[in-house]
Design a protein around this ligand. Sequence first.
Ligand SMILES: Cc1cc2nc3c(=O)[nH]c(=O)nc-3n(C[C@H](O)[C@H](O)[C@H](O)COP(=O)(O)O)c2cc1C
Length: 214
Amino acid sequence: MKFLLCNGSPRGKNGNSGILVDVLANGLSENADVRIEKALLNRVGEHEQTAGTLAAADCAIIVFPLYTDAMPGITMAFFEKLAPYIGSLNDLHLGFVVQSGFPEKIQSRAVEKYLERLTGILGAQYSGTAIFGGGMGMGKKRLDRVRKLGETFLPDLVFDPLLLDRTTGMDRLSPVGSKIMKVVASMPLIQTPWIRQLKANGAYDKRDDRPYAQ
Ligand SMILES: Cc1cc2nc3c(=O)[nH]c(=O)nc-3n(C[C@H](O)[C@H](O)[C@H](O)COP(=O)(O)O)c2cc1C
């Protein structure tokens, strides 16, 4: 059975998505007859070729980080390369892993809805979306869960719904947790790297712009 695992992070192999792809592959490899190919979607010039590999696979799982509440642009660009295959993907099973820095699962729910809809538009079989909040904490517990998702993916080619429920502890922070987060997020330790990047890109004065508000 042919699997394609795609890493949709702009950071490629060096990011958290790369770690999750490797761990997922280890879990899947516990099953006999699984052949796994991996693709880095930050190699934008290879998107057309990767789309062809996906179309010829039995199953593809796309792992990507949440960037500003959405998927990275390179992941979206790759999905657009799948358009020519609409109508020929009925036997393909398509699953997703979305991981993010902040702990709440809820911020990934909109993209999760999109992924299910995308699978329908492509005419493929939806294997589910695993959402991992708090990507900065890539501890053993998290990696064990991802590995288990891979181990149990076969024979039905879907993520185990019970495991999907246990990916991340919370859908939303509690009211107290939310207040603490507000204080933590306003601390210089958290803010300084963002401010530095805004300044380096000449965007600091535009940080409160709301171009779609009018
Ligand atoms: C430009 C940028 C935007 C981000 N936006 C979000 C966000 O909206 N919500 C969130 O929880 N994490 C956000 N993060 C954190 C990443 O989702 C998190 O660090 C993730 O583990 C990165 O995965 P990667 O190393 O595979 O790229 C952002 C990170 C970057 C660099």
